[in-house]
Design a protein around this ligand. Structure first.
Ligand SMILES: Cc1ncc(COP(=O)(O)O)c(C=O)c1O
Length: 391
């Protein structure tokens, strides 16, 4: 049967019928080890029983009311996020893109509310990815994503990721905000240097600029702290989060300080579904599980183990692999061979991973992955590399 879907994702042959923990199963029973997890979304694996319980319990009581009414699980989740981060306020939405959009709007509205509307430009980084809305593509300025979509000057400037000189050269009196992914995901698992982030924070403080972190991919315990910034020693004024926060149920959130959030007064922003009871009930269950010192320690421990194992492969296959990058369970294998070819071979051997940047393989297992599952993945990667070397 031909597909009625728009062809923006191209054609996809592989399809799954069910999931359990780190595994996905096809209709005919083939089992795949999933180290992509819906691109860092299924933070607690597939069909996690705690999340199923939270979702079905909420589904049996109340699905949706709109933001015309107070939503109790949303209030609870916002309190949890505020209690564990720099933030004083939370806006809920349904995706990473929407969390970014709220952050960008907050930046502009903040200066507008202070009578400084001319301070309205936002600096983003080379290699960034902030989503697919017009503002998100304009900010990231990836030509492949922008072609045919943008008109006029959307108000963004670009600096080289991790390059302070470049940042200093694009900041002007009109700069209102700087947006950085502490670890770029789509860009190829690029970890921002701590000194660079500190300098960016100082620049923002001295030039009256708001610092926004996009932790849509690297947030929610992926790196072994609830948010990556918490181990990089620099706090933002605004933070976008999504993906793993719902463990597979769509949700996004924009976190901000009181100072910034106060600019978004009643009527300035909104969402029909944002903070919906189903999404926030699941979000609470995710937070209750992940935001626990033992759980976070385990992520760091497994991340270190996985990284060491991958580094052994880099040593064993120096002509095929350049290096391993990343933190916690957000790891990237920077390839010297064609990453696409390696990914195809891994898929043949029933390991699912995701491409990133120009030539990297992204490894984003469930955060409750086991050591045995990591060993299985390493074995499959090693075999695929050996096959490529011998071919
Ligand atoms: C860092 C980052 N920001 C924003 C987004 C956009 O999120 P969404 O696809 O949920 O709109 C993504 C998605 O991959 C992302 O990785």
């Amino acid at each position: 049967m031909s597909s009625a879907l728009m062809q923006n994702y191209g054609t996809r042959e592989l399809k799954f019928e069910r999931g359990e923990g780190s595994y996905l199963f096809t209709k005919d029973g083939a089992r795949y080890l999933d180290f992509g997890m819906g691109i860092a979304v299924n933070s607690l694996g597939h069909c996690n029983p705690t999340l199923i319980e939270a979702l079905t319990d909420q589904a049996n009581r109340l699905w949706h009311t709109s933001n015309l009414y107070n939503i109790e699980p949303g209030e609870q989740l916002a309190n949890k996020l505020v209690a564990s981060t720099f933030a004083d306020r939370v806006f809920f939405c349904n995706s990473g893109t929407e969390a970014i959009e709220c952050g960008f709007k907050a930046i502009r509205r903040y200066f507008h509310s202070k009578g400084q509307s001319q301070k309205n430009r936002i600096v983003s980084m080379s290699g960034a990815f902030h989503g697919r809305s017009l503002a998100a593509i304009a900010s990231a300025a990836n030509p492949a994503h922008c072609e045919g979509f943008l008109v006029g000057d959307p108000g963004f400037d670009q600096a080289e990721f991790g390059d302070l000189e470049s940042l200093l050269s694009v900041v002007t009196q009109s700069t209102a905000g700087i947006v950085i992914e502490p670890i770029q995901g789509e860009g190829g698992i690029n970890v921002a240097d701590i000194e660079y982030l500190k300098a960016a924070r100082e620049l923002c403080d001295s030039h009256n600029i708001l610092l926004m972190f996009d932790e849509v991919q690297c947030g929610i315990a992926r790196t072994g702290t609830l948010y990556a910034y918490q181990q990089l020693g620099v706090s933002p004024d605004i933070l976008a989060t999504a993906k793993g926060l719902g463990g597979g149920f769509p949700i996004g959130a924009c976190l901000a300080t009181e100072e910034v959030a106060s600019a978004l007064v009643a009527g300035t922003h909104g969402s029909t579904f944002g903070g919906n009871p189903l999404a926030t009930a699941v979000g609470n269950a995710v937070m209750d599980t992940l935001n626990d010192p033992d759980f976070l320690n385990k992520v760091r421990e497994l991340g270190t183990y996985f990284k060491n194992e991958l580094q052994k492969l880099v040593k064993r296959y120096p002509l095929l692999l350049k290096e391993v990058r990343g933190l916690g369970l957000m790891l990237g294998l920077y390839c010297l061979t064609d990453a696409g070819q390696l990914i195809a071979r891994l898929q043949e051997q029933k390991l699912l991973v995701v491409k990133a940047g120009r030539n990297s393989v992204r490894l984003l297992p469930a955060l409750n992955v086991t050591k045995n599952e990591i060993d299985s993945a390493v074995k499959i990667i090693s075999k695929a590399l050996l096959d490529i070397e011998n071919s």
